[in-house]
Design a protein around this ligand. Structure first.
Ligand code: ADP
Length: 448
């Protein structure tokens, strides 16, 4: 109602003045006055309409018109409307910008398709995984760009609960999991995720289970066979029975060693298992390992020890002992009788180096990079004969990695090998007093 007061007031005022003029000077003067007022109002209106139209044409460049009265009201409301629109436009463009940034950061390929399966938009990752270009391929039919038969079947089925696993058309090494998500009236979002690592882990898991089953099957079959023979043949001589029992004991120990090594690996891998920060007296540990080597060798090898550094190590005593014990046990097992084994602890280029050198079989170069893989053996039967599980060096690698250390292998076939564990400077300790050294866990004994 506020809007009407002013014009009605002006009209009433003009009519009053016209009536007075009529009474005083006659109707001609009154009409003349009213015509004059009308002309002023019209001119003012024309002027304000012109300012309004100029402003509406370039609202961002021209200053908004300013006026009093009814026109002032109109201009004020229009300006308010314009400000609100500007604010919502800038909010919208910020949201769009954010969406654009987020879509660019998403590691999965994302493609928006319209109802005809034409590409409306795609993010940068879709170039790496699907070979699509957001500029070049906009408006193209996806099925003409991705022609693999199983992909087309997947598109045709339009079963949104299913995912397709396929190879990337850009790089066959990349495995993708593709999903379609419907949205809006008829649009679809295609998402392609890189699952190469997942596939690799899955393949490793399957291999691992197959390997463990294979490792357990032989000793179990042997033990089962002997038990059957003992049950079915009561007339067996005590000497034969003892022979069977001894063989069963060998195979049972083999299974025990395998389970111990598996437990050690699983313990090392478990996420909650944090690394202990103990002081390890390497001089004492090397002595203990030498005694262990002598007991495994039973006089078949000459065993020497060289301690050239008084540095200790910071880490888990039990883990370090288990890892270095595996290197020592391997040297004894893969060195023929009469050979030499040397254990050494020294500092080399600022690193702490524990090395085990043997004059054994040696290893040809192509095997060396794979030695720390689980169940990898250069000579399967030699490993089994000597009580190996194929997990020793995998455990070594795990323990060393946890300590920021690495394994170095130098070997000459027929002449021998040197396995060295190299610990970084930060792990070295100058021991003030004797650090505790716990009893040697022995090969294959689980690290608890
Ligand atoms: P295993 O229980 O079979 O010894 P490891 O993981 O300890 O398993 O070692 C993997 C393989 O590396 C062994 O099977 C063997 O072929 C080879 N190997 C390890 N240490 C030596 C060594 N000192 N001399 C020769 N070959 C070795």
């Amino acid at each position: 109602m506020g809007f009407w007061w002013r014009p009605l007031g002006v009209l009433a005022g003009a009519l009053c003045v016209a009536l007075i003029l009529w009474a005083a000077s006659g109707w001609v003067a009154a009409l003349g006055f009213l015509a004059g007022i009308q002309a002023i109002v019209m001119l003012r209106r024309l002027w304000q309409e012109f300012r309004l139209s100029r402003w509406l044409e370039h609202p961002d460049e021209v200053e908004p018109p300013d006026a009093t009265g009814t026109w002032g009201d109109i201009f004020y409301r229009l300006q308010k409307l314009q400000r609100r629109q500007k604010a919502s436009r800038s909010e919208l463009s910020t949201a769009l910008e954010q969406f654009e940034h987020a879509a660019q950061a998403v590691p999965d390929a994302m493609v928006i398709l319209n109802g005809n399966e034409q590409i409306e938009w795609c993010n940068p990752a879709s170039r790496n995984y699907l070979g699509l270009d957001s500029e070049r391929d906009r408006g193209q039919f996806l099925r003409y760009l991705m022609r693999q038969a199983h992909f087309l079947e997947f598109l045709d089925a339009a079963d949104f609960s299913q995912r397709l696993t396929c190879r990337s058309p850009v790089n066959r090494e990349i495995a993708l999991s593709v999903q379609l998500v419907p949205f809006g009236a008829s649009k679809m979002l295609l998402i392609a995720r890189d699952i190469t690592d997942l596939e690799r882990v899955d393949a490793m898991r399957r291999d691992f289970i197959a390997n463990v089953s294979h490792e357990l099957r032989t000793p179990l079959t042997v033990v089962g066979g002997f038990v059957e023979t003992l049950v079915d043949t009561p007339e067996l001589s005590p000497a034969d029975s003892r022979g069977y029992f001894n063989l069963m004991l060998d195979h049972t120990r083999r299974m025990q060693r395998l389970l111990d090594d598996l437990l050690t690996l699983s313990h090392l891998e478990s996420a909650e298992h944090t690394l202990k920060d103990e002081s390890v007296n390497m001089g004492e540990l090397a002595q203990a390992l030498k005694i262990e080597a002598e007991s495994l060798s039973r006089g078949r090898h000459r065993i020497a020890l060289q301690i050239e550094s008084d540095a200790g190590l910071k880490g888990s005593l039990q883990e370090i002992r288990s890892a270095l014990g595996n290197l020592v046990s391997n040297a004894v097992r893969y060195t023929p009788d009469g050979g030499e084994i040397t254990l050494a602890w020294r500092e080399h280029d600022g690193e702490g180096m524990f090395s085990v050198t043997d004059t054994g079989d040696g290893i040809t170069a192509e095997h060396i990079p794979r030695l720390t893989e689980r169940f990898y053996r250069v000579d399967r039967s030699r490993s089994r004969e000597t009580g190996g599980t194929g997990l020793g060096l995998a455990i070594v690698k795990h323990v060393l990695t946890r300590h920021g250390a690495r394994l170095d292998v130098q070997s000459t076939p027929g002449r021998g090998s040197t396995f060295s564990a190299l610990f970084p400077t930060q792990r070295l300790l100058r021991l003030e007093q004797d650090a505790a050294v716990i009893p040697f866990p022995g090969r294959g004994q689980a690290v608890a």
